[in-house]
Design a protein. Structure first.
Length: 204
C-alpha cells in the first residue's frame, strides 16, 4: 500500500506548506473522530479545528469520506512499514525465525495503531462504510502478498494459493486482535498477542 492518498481528482501534496496542511487536516480529523465519531464528524468541523478554510480542505479532499479514506490509507501505510521492516529482519533467517517473530510483528503493528490519532474510529469506518471497505481489503491483501513472498521459499512443496489463503486468514486474525486491543479494556495486551501468535505459529 502507498502512503495516504488524496481523493480521486484531488492533488496529494508532496512537500512544503501544502504537505504540512494536508497532514494537519488528517491529524485533526483523527483527533475529532475520537471525540465525535464517524457520523458526526464533518469537513466544516475539521476546518474549524485546524484553522483552515473549507476551500483549503477541498483542494485535497472531496468530502469527509475522502478524509476518512486518507486516514485509513495513512494508518495502513504506517503499519506496512512495520511489516516490511520485520520481514527485512527475519526473512533471510529461515522459517523458524518467521514463526518465532510473529508476536513481535503483532506487537509492532499494535504500537503503530496505538500511536495513530483516532485509530479505533478509523478502523470502525473502514469496516462500516461501503465507500471505505476497499481500503482495508487492499491493505490486508498487500500484507498477505508480502508474507507469502517471505514464507514461500521455505515451503516449496505447499501450493501457493493454499499458502495465500492460510496467510490471508492469519492476517485477518492478527488485525482483529489489534482492533480488539483498541476497544476492550478487560484483556491484557501481552496475553492477547501471545495467544494469537501461538495460534498463527502453529498454523504455518
Amino acid at each position: 500500500m502507498t502512503a495516504a492518498s488524496a481523493a480521486p481528482g484531488r492533488s496529494h501534496p508532496k512537500q512544503g506548506r501544502a504537505q504540512q496542511t494536508y497532514e494537519l487536516l488528517l491529524d485533526v480529523a483523527g483527533a475529532l473522530l475520537a471525540e465525535v465519531g464517524v457520523d458526526r464528524i464533518s469537513t466544516n468541523m475539521i476546518c474549524a479545528r485546524a484553522g483552515v478554510t473549507p476551500p483549503a480542505l477541498y483542494r485535497y479532499f472531496e468530502d469527509k469520506y475522502a478524509v476518512l479514506e486518507a486516514l485509513g490509507r495513512r494508518l495502513m501505510a504506517r503499519q506496512n512499514v512495520a511489516l516490511e521492516d520485520w520481514i527485512a529482519r527475519h526473512a533471510d533467517q529461515g522459517l523458524d525465525a518467521l514463526r518465532d517473530g510473529i508476536e513481535e510483528l503483532l506487537r509492532e503493528t499494535a504500537r503503530v495503531t496505538q500511536s495513530e490519532p483516532g485509530a479505533v474510529w478509523i478502523l470502525r469506518a473502514l469496516h462500516a462504510s461501503p465507500r471505505l471497505i476497499h481500503v482495508r481489503l487492499e491493505s490486508h491483501r498487500y500484507v498477505t502478498d508480502k508474507l507469502v513472498e517471505a514464507y514461500t521459499r521455505y515451503l516449496p512443496d505447499m501450493d501457493r494459493d493454499e499458502l495465500w489463503q492460510r496467510l490471508r486468514l492469519s492476517v485477518e486474525l492478527g488485525f482483529a486482535a489489534d482492533e480488539m486491543l483498541q476497544e476492550e479494556t478487560r484483556v491484557s495486551e501481552g496475553t492477547v498477542l501471545k495467544s494469537v501468535a501461538r495460534l498463527l505459529r502453529n498454523d504455518l
